[in-house]
Ligand binder design. Structure first.
Ligand code: SAM
Length: 261
């Protein structure tokens, strides 16, 4: 599949199951080619690794493996890691990347978050869902179902880490619709093309002039925190751009760390 299909009315595409049709091969390959993993390593630093190590985490389930960036990092840091994703194309790319970056054999499992337990077995000290992935769920029912599956697959004192774009700033007009996010210098850009309370549609532009879109649900920070709490997580700490948030600042990303005990 190499063509994204949004049909005649792209703004009407607000469907959890559409993610597989959005991550077409051309988009994924180009993204991975241009977003240098070393730069990503540098910008994240040891944030996730330290959070996990501080909690004595040994085994991790990466539920949004994508092309494998975090899974490979975790394997390199010695975590016993299982790499899940709903998209077989993504898992194939992740597996190849594991071999290319250090000769690691990733343990990949195809699983949709809403029915995670059907395909992934065992319990984990930590589950990670990173790279603005949770935003692909379009209904509250799907979000609750996914969180309930994550909760059930964690050990009694397990931790869930979810990150998300700062949609509050977008929805509240702080960035405006024309805010451009650059990745990897000026080479790849992401711009919100349309935003309302139920849809954030982004356009991604590459140096060869190709364009791809993603339709995402604009999660408000406190809404994500609330549903995590309602599903049963006891403590949720939210960081902005890998630092504890301070009032009045507008980070691009939020990271929620939710503890079960
Ligand atoms: N974590 C990776 C990263 O940071 O590079 C990939 C992030 S990518 C934005 C989102 C990933 O979530 C995709 O690989 C997609 O297939 C997966 N995904 C989206 N919705 C899903 C669902 N309902 N179940 C399982 N995987 C899903």
């Amino acid at each position: 599949m190499d063509q994204q299909r949004f049909g005649d009315d792209p703004l009407a595409v607000r469907d959890t199951d559409h993610y597989k049709a959005e991550y077409v091969t051309g988009f994924v390959e180009k993204w991975d080619e241009l977003i240098d993993w070393k730069r990503r390593y540098a910008s994240e630093g040891r944030f996730f690794v330290d959070q996990l190590k501080e909690r004595g985490v040994r085994n991790v389930l990466d539920v949004a493996t994508g092309t494998g960036f975090h899974s490979v990092r975790l394997v390199e840091e010695g975590f016993d890691t299982v790499s899940a994703d709903g998209s077989p194309e993504m898992l194939a790319k992740a597996f190849a990347n594991g071999l290319d970056f250090g000769g690691h054999i990733l343990r990949v499992v195809q699983a949709d978050w809403r029915w995670l337990n059907r395909s992934v077995h065992g319990t984990y000290d930590a589950i990670i869902c990173l790279g603005n992935s949770f935003t692909h769920l379009f209904s509250e029912r799907d979000r609750r179902k996914a969180l309930a599956e994550f909760y059930a697959m964690l050990k009694h004192d397990g931790v869930l880490i979810i990150d998300q774009r700062n949609y509050d700033a977008l929805l509240d007009g702080k960035y405006g619709n024309k805010h451009t996010y650059y990745y990897c210098g000026e080479e790849v850009s992401a711009e919100p093309e349309y935003v309302d309370e139920g849809l954030a549609r982004f356009v991604y532009r590459f140096p060869d002039k190709s364009e791809y879109h993603l339709n995402m649900f604009p999660l408000r920070k406190n809404y994500t925190r609330r549903i995590m709490r309602e599903v049963g997580f006891q403590r949720i700490d939210t960081y902005g751009d890998f630092q504890e948030t301070h009032q009045g600042e507008d980070p691009d990303f939020f990271i929620h760390i939710a503890e079960k005990a």
